[in-house]
Unconditional design. Structure first.
Length: 228
């Protein structure tokens, strides 16, 4: 193993041991996925040196790869509340350069990765091919609309904070399905990680899991107020 490759391998192991596991992530599959997927393949080249730091990483203008410990807790919440998740599909909204989809690839049957930026989606597809993720379906479309074509889903993950959880996206869940998202009402507030359960048709419940400083996903920011 070359010195640079070993450094990245060691950094990835340190990320799992020092950032993810101490934050309450104990799901063996989640820990293994984060220990296996090379995060450096999913960030711009100039961010490779910081890709294993526990912080949000800008991957394009106003787009971020959310910190690993936050993503791991969101994914664990989905898996722990879904029966036989390895047999089910997940919709990821705002998949960016594809890291979250790659992590989920080893944990579910199919990943549908929705991305509005064609350039980010093209980059992600190359990274998935390079890392052997062959059960991811990259899909181009407007993030705020979700992906109704293949709905309903057992699991939905929104990669970034939202000011409000869109009703149309919640309705793309199966009854008994779950959605995880970071809701951030105001920019000055911390985001609350929320687990949404679809209890019966049109009826949803919410559980707050933890807080994080995750940036807004583009298109899901609070509406600007106009003062006359």
């Amino acid at each position: 193993m070359g010195s640079k490759k070993k450094q990245l391998f060691d950094a990835r192991a340190h990320m799992v041991e020092s950032q993810i596991h101490p934050m309450g992530v104990s799901h063996e599959g989640v820990l293994e996925a984060f220990a296996t997927v090379p995060r450096e393949e999913f960030v711009p080249g100039d961010k490779c040196g910081i890709c294993y730091c526990d912080e949000d990483i800008e991957i394009a203008k106003d787009r971020y790869l959310i910190e690993a410990s936050v993503m791991a807790r969101l994914i664990q919440a989905l898996l722990n509340n879904t029966q036989a998740p390895h047999e089910k599909a997940i919709l990821i909204i705002g998949s960016g350069r594809g890291y979250g989809a790659a992590v989920c690839s080893a944990l579910v049957s199919t990943v549908i990765a929705l991305e509005e930026s064609k350039s980010l989606l093209n980059y992600a597809q190359k990274a998935w091919d390079k890392t052997g993720c062959n059960n991811i379906v990259g899909t181009h479309g407007k993030l705020a609309e979700g992906h109704a074509k293949d709905a309903p889903y057992s699991m939905i993950l929104i990669e970034g904070a939202v000011s409000e959880i869109p009703q149309n996206i919640k309705e793309q869940l199966k009854v008994g399905g779950h959605l995880v998202v970071l809701r951030r009402g105001e920019p000055r507030e911390l985001a609350q990680a929320v687990l949404v359960d679809h209890i019966q048709k049109g009826v949803f419940s919410e559980r707050i899991l933890f807080e994080a400083g995750t940036p807004y996903l583009t298109g899901f920011e609070p509406e600007k107020e106009f003062i006359f």
